[in-house]
Design a binder for this molecule. Structure first.
Ligand SMILES: Nc1nc2c(c(=O)[nH]1)N[C@H]1C(S)=C(S)[C@@H](COP(=O)(O)O)O[C@H]1N2
Ligand SMILES: [Mo]
Length: 526
């Protein structure tokens, strides 16, 4: 039994207390929502990543230990970022509720908590970007506190009215409480409108850039017809830009102006050079069909894709600058300071490494690195595929370490031979008789995929039928006609590369140099 409650026996008063605490909490939440929405809109117009929620989210990504990040990617796949942003918003709104309840005591307490929250976001924004990224946080603070002040005024008037009235007539305060709710509702609606506008503007700004790309001096040649026409569940031989997997540390899609963008080559070079986008367009371009793979892809996972890339041969650029004799690392930096390291010897061993400006006949989509990115066949993306690249520094591993190196990932990580079963799906319900098992397999820089084999119920490995071979850096589709009998079955697949490497059954998690093992799934027939 509490003794400090003025009227402990009166359940009605207690309920009333809870209701009004909830009401006050909602005032904090609404004020915060409006502040966040206004800030999001301002950020959308300036620098999208400076939106307070995204800035805090990015800071969380940077600070999260690698094992936890890997766990999140394994659990949530491509939804990991949505879940991160959702969690940040939930935590913020919970604290906003507390701020609302505090404001009931004294406006300054609630406002103080809101300002503290915004300060965190401001620190994250400056840390992630720069001082110029402070503006959205400032807007969030002003709008959030002003809203809380306004709602506080209305609600306090209600409370004063209720307190003045005799206890029996609390219902008499309802009309003005409704007034508070209407005010809060209006602010919530305003938040939805501002947030929606921010979203709309972001969508407009992050749309693809329509640039006429020059014809390649060294074209990729004819592209064969894939198996997807025959078996619709097998991944298309070429993945469209819209369907291509996306993996990076960002929560926004960078908006970079190709007219002011430059690419600098410096470090251990004879002469430092700086190129514009037009300079790249004027150079000899190569066009290549290349399969990209993410080191975080688990066996059978979705972080792998194949496209036709257009770009300047990396060695052409390095030759312009003249690489010195000390460098062993290509240390690339994106527009925002993110760094990726690539072994110099591998990138310059004759493979088709390039600074790409085109993907599947269009300029790079903004999500995939516009205006330019690196592509190196045979190396996982995290040590080769720098998007939004602005600097190529020739240096040594002893002198400089990149983002993932600092997080204990391998620095030398060739892509492992692997295959993915696209169909049937895991736990699928199939009919007896012929079922097509099919998928894609890759063995970049290992002679391409020679053969895929399928194993049913742990029996003997049987050769699948192979789709067309595009080149050794490109994946290959395959299918196997299976005469399925009633019951539970397991289906497994493995790839064998052109140089004779058989996909290993030894299981490894993605960290620190890529997953391995055999994908095996369970299906029910009948
Ligand atoms: N600037 C930048 N480039 C980046 C990354 C990043 O986080 N930032 N992620 C890398 C990783 S891990 C991969 S697998 C590829 C993915 O490229 P995609 O999103 O175009 O598929 O981009 C690479 N390039
Ligand atoms: Mo990756």
């Amino acid at each position: 039994m509490t003794t400090d409650t003025p009227d402990p026996g009166n359940a009605g008063t207690r309920t009333h207390g809870v209701v009004s605490a909830l009401l006050w909490a909602s005032l904090g939440v609404v004020s915060t929502l409006l502040g966040m929405a206004a800030a999001h809109l301002v950020a959308a117009l300036l620098v999208p990543s400076s939106s307070p929620v995204l800035a805090v989210g990015s800071q969380v990504i940077d600070l999260t230990p690698t094992p936890m990040k890997e766990w999140a990617i394994r659990q949530f796949g491509t939804a990991d970022k949505l879940i991160l942003v959702g969690s940040v918003i939930l935590v913020v709104l919970a604290l906003a509720g507390v701020a609302g309840v505090l404001a009931r005591r004294r406006l300054a307490y609630g406002a103080g908590l809101l300002v503290a929250l915004v300060l965190l976001a401001a620190v994250a924004a400056v840390n992630q970007g720069g001082v110029t990224d402070l503006l959205p946080s400032l807007v969030a603070a002003v709008v959030g506190v002003a809203s809380l002040w306004w709602l506080h005024g209305k609600a306090s008037a209600t409370r004063a009215g209720a307190d003045a009235a005799p206890a029996s007539s609390t219902s008499g305060a309802t009309p003005s409480r409704r007034g508070v709710l209407i005010a809060a509702g209006a602010l919530a609606a305003a938040a939805a409108v501002l947030g929606g506008a921010g979203r709309f503007i972001t969508t407009l700004r992050t749309g693809n850039v329509d640039i006429a790309l020059p014809a390649p001096a060294d074209p990729a040649g004819a592209f064969p017809e894939g198996l997807e026409g025959k078996f619709k569940d097998i991944t298309p031989l070429r993945v469209s830009n819209a369907d291509f997997y996306r993996v990076d540390t960002r929560l926004d899609t960078p908006v970079i102006d190709q007219d002011t963008w430059t690419l600098t080559i410096d470090g251990d070079v004879e002469k430092e050079i700086e190129l514009t986008f037009d300079d790249l367009l004027a150079m000899d371009l190569i066009e290549r069909d290349i399969t990209m793979t993410c080191v975080s892809n688990s066996v059978g996972g979705e972080f792998v894709g194949s496209a036709r890339w257009l770009g300047v041969r990396l060695t052409d650029l390095l030759d312009m600058a003249g690489v010195g004799d000390k460098a062993d690392q290509i240390y690339t930096t994106d527009f925002d300071g993110m760094t990726i390291s690539t072994p110099l010897d591998l990138a310059t061993d004759g493979r088709d490494a390039m600074i790409a400006i085109g993907m599947n006949g269009e300029a790079l989509p903004r999500a995939h690195g516009f205006p330019a990115r690196m592509i190196v066949p045979g190396l996982y993306g995290f040590i080769s595929a720098t998007k939004w690249i602005t600097r190529i520094t020739l240096t040594t591993y002893a002198d400089k370490s990149a983002y993932w190196t600092d997080r204990d990932w391998a620095t030398d990580a060739p892509i492992k031979v692997s295959t993915r079963i696209d169909t049937p799906a895991s736990l699928a319900q199939l009919s007896t008789g012929e079922n097509v098992i099919g998928g894609v397999a890759w063995a970049q820089q290992l002679g391409g995929v020679d053969q895929v084999q399928v194993r049913i119920d742990g029996g003997a490995w049987k050769d699948a039928e192979m789709g067309p071979s595009v080149n050794n850096d490109y994946w290959r589709q395959w299918f196997y006609r299976w005469d399925a009998s009633e019951g539970q079955h397991t289906v497994a697949a493995r790839a064998i590369s052109g140089d004779g490497t058989t996909q290993t059954p030894a299981r490894a998690l993605p960290f620190p140099e890529g997953a391995s093992g055999i994908q095996e799934l369970r299906v029910t027939v009948g």
